[in-house]
Design a protein around this ligand. Structure first.
Ligand code: FES
Length: 155
């Protein structure tokens, strides 16, 4: 967390231990994740042990402790997408990118996430890359998407 982000947080909150969750949300919104440096600073400021903060933060799936990848790939595993092969799409991406959900690839280019619904169930199976949503995907289409992105970046 930069000094600027920390100053903003100190200005926006009272410094009460009961504000832990909103403070963590605010820092993650600014940094994209909760670094160990951020947890240390929050711990000192709110007078809550780092262990306690970590315990609370790990309880909520929304918090991340590693730097997210540059592009976020969300694979929908909601009911409609699950029925239409969402798990297969996720498996292909895990193998192709060599990454587990909730993690970034080794080169930091992609972050793989599983989500419950992307809001366009009629187009199942659905995934999104950053803000763009892709409906009626398939294993073949996923390979093509990654190749097209790689070709564009290497051009
Ligand atoms: S269940 Fe996948 S978009 Fe809704």
């Amino acid at each position: 967390m930069t000094n600027q982000v920390f100053s903003d947080v100190v200005r926006e909150f009272k410094g009460d231990p009961s504000e832990l969750i909103p403070v963590l949300q605010r820092v993650q919104a600014a940094d994209g994740y909760l670094s160990s440096d951020s947890l240390t600073r929050i711990s000192r400021w709110l007078r809550i042990s780092e262990n306690e903060i970590y315990g609370v933060a790990t309880f909520f799936a929304q918090f991340r402790f590693t730097q997210p990848g540059e592009h976020i790939i969300k694979v929908c595993l909601g009911t409609a997408c699950h029925v239409k092969g969402g798990e297969q799409i996720l498996e292909v991406l895990k193998r192709r990118l060599d990454v587990q959900p909730g993690r970034a690839t080794a080169d930091g280019k992609y972050q793989l996430e599983r989500v419950a619904c992307l809001g366009c169930c009629a187009l199942a199976p659905v995934l999104s890359i950053d803000e763009k949503v892709y409906g009626e995907t398939s294993v073949l289409r996923v390979h093509q998407m990654i190749e097209e992105r790689e070709n564009r970046e290497n051009a």
